[in-house]
Every structure is written in structure tokens, then in C-alpha cells.
Design a protein around this ligand. Structure first.
Ligand code: C2E
Ligand code: CA
Ligand code: CA
Length: 523
């Protein structure tokens, strides 16, 4: 479970980083497919236009380069947005062109352009013409008289209108004939031919003509976009982590504090009792202790009662737990209590105890002859008393007192109608809630209430205990108020039994002298 909670923190960010990578690759593939299809469609369309234009020329033009022929060629170029030049080729030489009026014949040097098949069109490899101009030539062969008609076009035209955007998206596009001859390359153009470019690649085939369009996405783009996506996804991952973590923590704690788990832990010896010294405020001697449960979890370390008591109460297991605690007190402190008859040890009760018909019998049986009942103090809060409206609590407390045990009202002032309970129930001690001790010396409105509580307790002849004393100022204030006992970290935290016995031995007559310093060994 511990590993699971830790995993909950790590897994979502890792998963989201991986997801963001696939997402980015997916984004790039979609873009590449869009560009490549647009270019393939565009090329199909241009070559289609070329084919029909050439078919028209082939049907109407003679092999002789008359003025009409020249004019017809010029008109062809003029009427089209694609073509830069139209030519008539006879016996392997250009005899007529839309761009020149002269009759000079120019032989065709590209071998493949001289051996054009007699059906459809031939798309030539780019040809370098005068002034470094590269053109693609689309050629139609007329079998009857060995004439050919050509249309020149700028290869870059095939990439319009996506060329600019592809460059922005760092995608390189190449149009090739099916035999691998490059017709045009654009987008993010580097020095490398498309076949050698690194990155994701995708190929779209021309629908009408034997061409293909290859798109290659740049790794830099992928990385950059991944970083951006990862940022968004990482935040999502962190939120998921936090939620998952909290959920698991909740479940874990629940499981941790569930009855079954606590039972196993008790059987496994993971529970311990710690004793927090209770000091006589006037003399500084240690005169008692409050027993507090600690759970030493094998993975978690010390688990405090706040985590498990409530569930142990809900499941009713608290009754078993308290019985065990009482036995532990006998084991740990029977000798000490015998040797110090004025010493007392307190333990906390829960509402469930008042519904337990065997409580008194258990107390008698466990403490029996080993510990005098007068040395035991049961701490109850107003909460417990309220939970037992039917006077059961009152009856149980009276019986406890009849046994000789003492009763303390715990966390006094934190509850509801305190005075009502004070007069109705047979209390011996009043433990002033830590909140009032915290307020001492502050501007808070509760600051003065500690005086009132002590006065009430005195009137009702209850011994006062101030809990949660943390500062020397609080201690001297409480001593001035003549509070009977003090308990808190200033004097000592709760200690394991052996350390507690040592503390008692050292503080039997230890006086809270000047400066109210505490023995540093136990601070
Ligand atoms: P509580 O009965 O009010 O116990 C006093 C709590 O205050 C203890 O916390 C104690 O360690 C802590 N404390 C003592 N001095 C100081 C101080 O100077 N400063 C601060 N900040 N805290 C101080 P702990 O041991 O965590 O117990 C918490 C609560 O759990 C107890 O409150 C009690 O209600 C319950 N609990 C503990 N052990 C048992 C038990 O055996 N049975 C039952 N039913 N409840 C228990
Ligand atoms: Ca208590
Ligand atoms: Ca308390």
C-alpha cells in the first residue's frame, strides 16, 4: 500500500509525459498527411490540366511552325495560369515555342524526353534551361507524325499553396515520380535529399498520375511541440497525481485504521503505551501520568492516535484496545504505583465504553490486587457524556468511583454545556483544554478564560490539570493561578515505559525553581 501511494504520486506525470509524446507525434502525422494529400491533389490537378491542354494541341496543330502555330502556342500559355512555355517538337528537336518567334531548331538533349510513350503524358525530370531556370515538362507524343507537344511549368508550382505553411510547420515535402525521380522539394528545405532527411515520414500516392508525395516532419518541431504539450499534460498529470494521492491516502488511512487492521497490529505487538508525566505545579514533582497509545507501524513509523482512535471507536475495537492498555499499565507501572501510593495513572475512555456492560468487571479483573483503584484516573470528555443521554454514563462513572477510581473531565471548555456536566457528574479532576493554555499571554478573547475555569473548578472542589503547557510563561501563569497539575511538552512529551520510570525517579522531588527550566534530558 505504501508503494502504491508513492506510485500514485509518480505514475500520472510519467503516463502523461508518454501520452503527450504520442499526442505530439499524432499531431505531426495529421499535419504531414494533410500537406502531402493537398500537394498530391494539386499535382494531379495540374497534370490533368496539362493532359487535356496537350490533347487539344495535338488535335489541332500541324508539325510545321507557322505563325498560326506559334500564336496557338502563345495563346495556350496565355490562357493558363500553370504553364510557362508551350513547345512543338518534331524529330527530337523543338521546332516551335510560345516564347520565341525564331525558327531555330533546338535538339532535345534529355534522352527520356525523346523516347516518350505514345499514350497519355510523360512527366519529365526537371530540366535546367537557360538562366538556371528549372522546369518540369509535361509531354504528349503524337504517333502518326512523330510530333511531340510540351508544356513547361515551374516545379514549385506543384507545392502551392501549402509551401509556405509547410515551411512554418517545419515539414519538408517532395514530389517524386514513382520511379523515384525528384520533381520538386519544398517546405523546410535543407541540403539533404528527402530520402536522407531524419524525422517521421509519410507517403501519399497520386490518384491519377504515377507520382508520390513524401512528407518528412522535423525532429526539432516534434521536440518543441512535445515540450509545449508536455507542460500542459504535466500539469494535468500533477493534478491527477494529487487527487489520486489524496484518494489513496484516504483509503490507506481508512484501511489503516479499520478494525481488522488494528486488530492484526495489536496481535502483532505494534501497539505501545506511552506515558506523559503529570507534574505537581507547586513542587515540580512528577505525580502521575496520562497513558497514550502509539502505533509503531512497520512501514509508516509511529502513527498517532488521531489517525486510528476514531475508527477503532467506530468498529468497537476500542474496547479491546483499552483492555489491552489496562493490562499494559499493570505490567509497566504496577511496581512504581505500589512504591508511590500518591502516584496516579490516567487513561482515556471512549463513548463505546459506556455501552460495554463488562467494563466494570474488566477493570476489577485487570487491576485486581495489582493496582489500587485509587491510583487509576479515567478521563472522559463532554462528548462521551453527551453520547450517553440515557444516564448510562452517569451510572458507570458512579460505579467506577465506588470502586475507588477517580474521574477527570478531559478537554474541558472545548465542548458544549460544560457547567451542567460539572455539577451532575462525579468528577475529581478538571483538565483545562489546551486551547485555553495556548491563549495565555495572547490578545485572544479566550486569554482570561483560564482564570474563570480555575475558579469554577476550585468552587466545585475539583483538582485542576493544565494540558499542553509549552512555554515557561504559560507555566508561571498557571502556577500563579494555583493550578494543581501541569502536563505538556515543556515538562515532558509522552515517554515509553522505561524512559518514563527513569523520569519519575529523577523528578520525584524535582522542584520547578527559578526560570522554571526543565531537566534537559526529558525536554
Ligand atoms: P488527549 O486525551 O487530549 O491527550 C493529550 C494529547 O495532547 C496527546 O496527543 C498528547 O501527546 C498531546 N500533548 C501533550 N502535551 C502537549 C503539548 O505540550 N503540546 C501539544 N501540541 N500536544 C501535547 P496524542 O497522544 O496524539 O493523543 C491524541 C488524542 O488521542 C488524545 O487526546 C485522546 O483523545 C486520544 N487517545 C490517545 N490515547 C488514547 C487511548 O488509549 N484511548 C482513547 N480512547 N483515546 C486515546
Ligand atoms: Ca486525555
Ligand atoms: Ca485532553
Amino acid at each position: 500500500m505504501f508503494a502504491l501511494v508513492a506510485l500514485a504520486g509518480l505514475l500520472p506525470p510519467a503516463a502523461f509525459v508518454a501520452i503527450s509524446w504520442f499526442q505530439t507525434v499524432q499531431q505531426m502525422n495529421t499535419l504531414m498527411a494533410r500537406y502531402a494529400s493537398a500537394v498530391a491533389d494539386r499535382a494531379d490537378q495540374i497534370f490533368g490540366t496539362a493532359e487535356s491542354t496537350l490533347a487539344g494541341m495535338s488535335q489541332t496543330l500541324p508539325t510545321r511552325c507557322s505563325d498560326e502555330t506559334s500564336q496557338a502556342l502563345r495563346r495556350t500559355v496565355f490562357e493558363s495560369i500553370y504553364f510557362q512555355e508551350a513547345t512543338l517538337v518534331v524529330d527530337g528537336a523543338v521546332v516551335c515555342s510560345s516564347n520565341s518567334t525564331g525558327k531555330s531548331q533546338q535538339a532535345i538533349t534529355y534522352r527520356e524526353n525523346r523516347l516518350v510513350p505514345d499514350r497519355g503524358i510523360h512527366i519529365s525530370a526537371p530540366v535546367r534551361l537557360a538562366r538556371e531556370r528549372m522546369v518540369s515538362i509535361v509531354i504528349h507524343y503524337r504517333a502518326g507524325d512523330n510530333a511531340m507537344f510540351g508544356l513547361h511549368l515551374n516545379p514549385l508550382l506543384l507545392g502551392d499553396p501549402v509551401r509556405k505553411y509547410a515551411a512554418e510547420d517545419q515539414i519538408t515535402l517532395a514530389i517524386e515520380r514513382d520511379d523515384g525521380t525528384l520533381l520538386s522539394q519544398f517546405g523546410l528545405i535543407g541540403d539533404l535529399p528527402i530520402s536522407q532527411l531524419p524525422g517521421n515520414r509519410l507517403v501519399v500516392q497520386g490518384k491519377r498520375y504515377p507520382i508520390r508525395v513524401t512528407a518528412v516532419g522535423s525532429p526539432a518541431w516534434l521536440l518543441h511541440n512535445w515540450q509545449q504539450n508536455a507542460l500542459i499534460f504535466a500539469s494535468l498529470g500533477l493534478i491527477t497525481s494529487a487527487l489520486l494521492f489524496l484518494l489513496l491516502l484516504y483509503l490507506w488511512r481508512h484501511q489503516l485504521s479499520g478494525g481488522g487492521n488494528v486488530q492484526d497490529a495489536l496481535a502483532d505487538g505494534q501497539f505501545h503505551v506511552y506515558y506523559q508525566p503529570m507534574i505537581d505545579a507547586a513542587t515540580g514533582a512528577c505525580v502521575g501520568a496520562e497513558s497514550l497509545l502509539r502505533w509503531h507501524h512497520p512501514q509508516l513509523g509511529t502513527v498517532m492516535p488521531g489517525t486510528f482512535i476514531a475508527s477503532a471507536e467506530q468498529s468497537g475495537f476500542i474496547v479491546t484496545l483499552t483492555k489491552w492498555l489496562m493490562r499494559r499499565i499493570v505490567k509497566d507501572l504496577a511496581t512504581l504505583l505500589k512504591e508511590n501510593p500518591g502516584f496516579h495513572v490516567s487513561l482515556n475512555l471512549s463513548p463505546q465504553h459506556f455501552a460495554d456492560p463488562k467494563l466494570l468487571a474488566d477493570i476489577k479483573q485487570i487491576f485486581g490486587q495489582k493496582v489500587a483503584p485509587t491510583q487509576i484516573v479515567f478521563e472522559v470528555t463532554e462528548h462521551e457524556l453527551i453520547m450517553n443521554e440515557d444516564n448510562r454514563a452517569l451510572e458507570v462513572l458512579k460505579n467506577m468511583r465506588a470502586l475507588g477510581a477517580r474521574i477527570a473531565i478531559d478537554d474541558f471548555g472545548s465542548g458544549y454545556s460544560s457547567l451542567k456536566y460539572l455539577s451532575q457528574f462525579p468528577f475529581d479532576y478538571l483538565k483545562i483544554d489546551k486551547a485555553f493554555i495556548d491563549a495565555i499571554g495572547t490578545e485572544s478573547i479566550t486569554a482570561g478564560l483560564v482564570d474563570t475555569i480555575v475558579q469554577i473548578a476550585n468552587q466545585l472542589k475539583l483538582k485542576t490539570v493544565a494540558e499542553g503547557v509549552e512555554t515557561p510563561e504559560q507555566l508561571s501563569y498557571l502556577r500563579r493561578l494555583k493550578v494543581d497539575f501541569v502536563q505538556g511538552w515543556l515538562l515532558s512529551k509522552a515517554l515509553p515505559a522505561d524512559q518514563f520510570r527513569t523520569f519519575v525517579a529523577a523528578n520525584k522531588s524535582y522542584l520547578l525553581g527559578a526560570g522554571t527550566s526543565v531537566d534537559p534530558r526529558h525536554a
